[in-house]
Design a protein around this ligand. Sequence first.
Ligand code: UDP
Length: 372
Amino acid sequence: MKYDYLVVGAGLFGATFAQQAKEAGKTVLVIDKRDHIAGNVYTKEVGKIHVHEYGAHIFHTNNHNVWEYLQRFATFNRFTNSPVANYKGELYSLPFNMYTFNQMWGVTTPEEAAAKIEEQKQQAGITDPKNLEEQAISLVGRDIFEKLIKGYTEKQWGRDCKDLPAFIIKRLPVRFTFDNNYFNALYQGIPVGGYTKMVANMLAGIDIELNANYLEDRHKWDAMADKVIYTGPIDGFYDYKLGCLEYRSVRFETEILDMANFQGNAAVNYTDRETPYTRIIEHKWFEFGKDEEGREIPKTIISKEYSWEWKQGDEPYYPVNDEANSALYQQYKDMADRETKVKFGGRLGEYKYYDMDAVVASALEFSEKELS
Ligand code: UDP
């Protein structure tokens, strides 16, 4: 059978494109090398808890179209992300807001907090922040940088904060209000029943083949469709011939605990340098500790997240968008732009630190162009 489209990768980009193509009357085959759909947003049900197998995914967006689009495939709960930072046993609220400033310095008003930050910024003599460290100090001052940012960031990225781009820290809000919501998004939540169910709904009625590795047999797969939408790593597509793009990878140590409540929150970040993991996720709190019938779940499941440098064969998670990698990506992209049968998309296809909503937005935009 010959399809109009072969979609390589059943993550959010692939699923969104496949859904749109089917709706436009195209025939689509989706393949994925893993034994499940949903890419890194995959959630696995273990004892009524939806475990975020590839790390915590909290959907949030300001994009009305994306939100409306996903409502077709899932009902979102009212989860609001408010991670707690644990620095050597001291607890701080995140993101950086009046609760954090109060816990750090005892200040009680926005004016006092702003003065404290300004004083520390002046002492550091930063006028035009050039890297993550300078950006962080100029946003929240040195104390917060030292206790809540430096250790965590160096663990997460395996690089000194001076060698990282400033934009990474600009992802986090800084607020002079008492508001622990990690995101400044209009819409936020977790799909009821987990992300896998949402992606399955997106892919309803579409042919799917799992355990199917495109790169291992691309002639066979290419012959199956007129066009290919490839959402895997772009450098892998070209056999890494110009070199490997770097990623950070993550490893999770997951445990089922015979207790109802381990840490009282979905995410606790360990922001010191010595604790080997970056954070602990307690999955049940993404759904308020209850199963789909609203019953309390007696056990709990936690995942400790360890970050390390990706090497070929590991799961790529975070693109390292520094200058060298961005330049290398551009070379691969120039090659990709010359392809006629294959189009590239998504976090790995575009080597981009994408949030989920941005992936869906980009897939919708791409679909509109491709399918019109
Ligand atoms: N970050 C930090 N301390 C924290 C949480 C985050 O320094 O407790 C920094 C860190 O550099 C991280 C960046 O903020 O890479 C962005 O964090 P975010 O939570 O957006 O990362 P993600 O959830 O995508 O892993």
